[in-house]
Unconditional design. Structure first.
Length: 636
């Protein structure tokens, strides 16, 4: 498999037209984005009111790619939205022939929130006499001092589920003289805007509480300013290489891509095993994430954000700064970010590569001679960051020298605040999450689902689960100290809906029985869990039925070109049961197949005053670790 990757990539690099990027897996250039939009407009098949919420390169069928049929493949995928008809359509455009190859109408579905919709909805809210009265009833005379923040609708009423509507929900905050309006929520009022009709459809005015003073402001000052400089330099340059969209270093090779919805993705991840380039992953990406809030009030219960499908991590990308977001030794890579209007993309430094010290790689000191053997570890980090409302997220792909790939989600930003009459809190039995006087920060969860298309030294793999258990005391365990690790193949997709089990130290591996190390062990990669959670959304809730990926920590499916998201690709108005529950409904055999693993992990966030007015970076994730993939320590 890896030899095919290498051969095909080499072939593709030889065919490099001026307008087009080198590989079907390279992101669209600015010129290609503009060309795709022009092809759609020139077709005159769509109205003047169309928008372009999603534009990305269309990757070839995996079967075509690995069989060598797609070396000159260069196409664009566009999701367009017709405001007049309130209709979304998927298009595939051939950038070489300049033709629309396919058109698929998506009735009833709505795209991610468009950038222009924020300002349009704000204008509609502020012009509404009911909202104006609600503000004045709360003592706010200067309506220019109010910021309206917009959310996707979350829970939909039967009326809101009717076709042809484009719903956003508006929250109000007092700007004040500071920089953090999130610290001054105007509680208890939600304005429901139907953008398709250009009006406020309804207002929920359910609670009135004092507006917090917002005394803890964002000043830009930091405790690190008091520290002496820490300078990272690499006078001979980095130990990695970047060749357009391909990165390499520490014997790793991989491709990267910035998707408008899923953000930073990796493709064709492989490792040099003593001169043999072995494949590990065809693709890894964040397929979806859900942030459900646990407050019961009507003004809060709808807040369940699908941050990938409703907002888009690549659409909300922000430029990285050296010395702030990434170290000074980072290499920044420009990314074209297409806008919704079809104008020229904005170019920003959205992806970073950098190396960092990781302490001791390995060490041993001979206790008799005193001789010490040790080596220093280093890591290659590929990262990006995005801002969705009050929260800022980053995803780090961290390449270790020993064949370990670490995936790390980073969370920072501002807690989502709820106004309250409380100014203090007796925590003897139960403690409400008071972050400041008149500010509560409701309990919530951040739930991530990563899709991993494994090709462990080849296309045909099988999923395996390991559980550890004590051996019953007897002849096999005379002193009561013996425990064993038992492996079992997860034979079908429905059997392979699995959850963590701390008692059995449960782990999952993807193995290749057709490729073995020198000890005849099947080569494999194991997923080692980190922090995790169980969901608290009730099984009957509307959101949980649309986010079925949160029902289990691990899922395994047989590869399909069309199955890229753990939920529906456009989840706002999608039917319940889409995504993983539907993918496994045919219960295919998983043995010796092209295996995709889906891993769900998350954080149960019980906010603390120590996370206010801004939350320090919280990190969670998992590692992919070689198990019998090599025959010796690859970092030796």
């Amino acid at each position: 498999m890896s030899k095919i990757f290498g051969h095909l990539i080499a072939c593709v690099l030889l065919v490099s037209p001026v307008v087009f990027a080198a590989s079907p897996f390279d992101d669209l250039s600015s010129k290609e984005i503009e060309l795709a939009i022009q092809i759609v407009r020139d077709s005159k098949k769509f109205g003047a009111e169309i928008r372009f919420p999603v534009i990305r390169r269309q990757e070839p069928s995996k079967l075509d790619w690995v069989s060598g049929k797609a070396h000159d493949f260069r196409r664009a995928y566009l999701a367009i939205f017709d405001f007049k008809k309130s209709l979304m359509t998927e298009l595939v455009v051939d950038l070489k022939t300049k033709k629309i190859l396919s058109t698929k109408v998506l009735p009833g579905l709505t795209p991610p929130v468009l950038i222009e919709e924020y300002s349009r909805a704000r204008e509609i809210v502020k012009a509404d006499s009911r909202w104006q009265k609600a503000m004045k009833d709360r003592g706010i005379e200067n309506l220019d001092d109010v910021w309206v923040d917009l959310w996707a609708p979350g829970l939909l009423s039967p009326e809101e589920k009717k076709p042809g509507q484009r719903i956003l929900r508006g929250l109000s905050y007092k700007k004040g003289k500071g920089k953090n309006f999130y610290s001054r929520p105007i509680e208890g009022i939600v304005v429901n805007v139907d953008l398709s009709k250009g009006r406020v459809s309804s207002i929920w005015d359910v609670e009135r509480v004092p507006i917090a003073a917002g005394i803890n402001e964002l000043t830009g000052k930091s405790g690190s300013n008091k520290l002496k400089p820490l300078i990272v330099t690499q006078p001979k340059g980095p130990s990695f290489k970047i060749d357009h969209h391909e990165g390499s270093g520490y014997r790793w090779k991989f491709r990267w891509s910035m998707d408008p919805l899923q953000g930073l993705q990796l493709y064709h991840v492989r490792f040099d095993d003593g001169g043999v380039e072995r494949s590990i992953l065809y693709k890894i990406s964040l397929s979806e994430m859900l942030v459900p809030y646990g407050a019961a009030q009507k003004s809060w219960s709808y807040r369940n954000a699908f941050d990938v499908g409703e907002y888009g991590l690549g659409k909300t990308l922000h430029p990285l700064e050296k010395g702030k977001d990434v170290p000074d030794n980072a290499t920044l890579i420009d990314v074209p970010v297409a806008d919704d209007l079809g104008q020229s993309p904005q170019i920003m430094p959205g992806v970073a590569f950098y190396e960092r010290d990781a302490g001791i790689l390995w060490k041993h000191r001979d206790s008799e001679s005193g001789e010490s053997f040790s080596d220093q570890a280093r890591q290659l980090v590929v990262t990006f960051m995005t801002t969705i409302g009050n929260y800022d997220y980053g995803i780090n792909y961290i390449f270790h020298m020993d064949g370990v790939l670490q995936v790390e989600a980073q969370l920072t930003g501002i807690l989502l605040a709820r106004g309250t009459a409380l100014v203090d809190n007796n925590c003897d039995k139960a403690c409400k999450p008071l972050a400041e006087k008149n500010i509560l920060a409701p309990y919530h969860q951040h739930i991530f689902n990563f899709r991993m298309d494994f090709d462990v030294d080849g296309l045909r793999n099988s999923p395996l689960e390991t559980n550890v258990k004590s051996v019953p005391r007897g002849n096999l365990n005379p002193d009561g100290n013996v425990f064993v690790a038992e492996n079992s193949i997860l034979a079908t997709e429905k059997v392979a809906q699995r959850d963590l089990n701390l008692k059995t130290a449960r782990k999952w591996k993807v193995i290749n029985s057709n490729s073995r190390n020198e000890f005849k062990h099947p080569r494999s990669y194991a997923l080692m869990p980190g922090e995790n959670m169980f969901p608290y959304l009730h099984p009957s809730s509307q959101i949980r039925k649309r986010a079925g990926f949160i029902d289990h920590h691990a899922w395994f499916t047989v590869y399909k070109d069309t199955e890229m998201s753990g939920a529906a690709p456009y989840p706002t108005t999608a039917p319940e049961g889409e995504g993983l529950p539907r993918y496994i409904s045919n219960n295919e055999s998983l043995e010796n197949q092209d295996i995709v693993m889906w891993y769900t992990f998350g954080i149960t966030h019980l906010p603390r005053p120590e996370e206010w007015p801004i939350m320090n970076m919280h990190r969670a994730g998992f590692t992919l670790m070689p198990v019998n993939f090599f025959s010796i320590n690859p970092a030796w």
